[in-house]
Design a protein around this ligand. Structure first.
Ligand SMILES: [Zn+2]
Length: 138
């Protein structure tokens, strides 16, 4: 999956700004490339260790993509979601797995609060398990 450098920068910056809380947002693009990261509010009851995108913000982005497609932006859609792990590596947690569904790209950035450099990784749920998806900067 290709991902624009600007998208990675938005995710990195958002993860740092919201730390020690997890940040989250939606990924807009096509089946082959992530073109935009849209920051959303994290409405999880415990944003220190969970994330939850507000359905109203998700719907707003779906509508925006549909309107863009109607105007000729072929294949534009909400293709995934990103969030951060302030204190741990960007490995999907059991909670991430519980709320994941197939077809979506899951991008995780972490850690933010430790000496280790932040890494951004992509995953997809395939046959009920998370599998790494290579993110190619475009
Ligand atoms: Zn997570």
């Amino acid at each position: 999956m290709r991902i624009r450098r600007a998208v990675l920068e938005v995710i990195r910056e958002h993860a740092r700004r919201d730390s020690p809380y997890e940040c989250c947002g939606l990924l807009i693009g096509t089946s082959g490339e992530v073109l935009e990261a849209v920051e959303t509010t994290n409405v999880a009851a415990d944003p220190f260790r969970r994330y939850e995108v507000p359905p109203v913000e998700h719907l707003a982005q779906i509508r925006r993509c549909r309107a863009a497609v109607a105007q000729g932006a072929a294949g534009l859609a909400v293709v995934g979601v990103y969030h951060s792990h302030p204190r741990s590596s960007p490995e999907p947690s059991p909670t991430d797995w519980e709320q994941a569904f197939e077809q979506f790209l899951y991008v995780i950035a972490g850690p933010v609060e430790t000496e280790t450099a932040m890494e951004i990784r992509g995953y997809r749920l395939t046959a009920g398990r998370f599998a790494r998806t290579e993110l190619i900067e475009s």
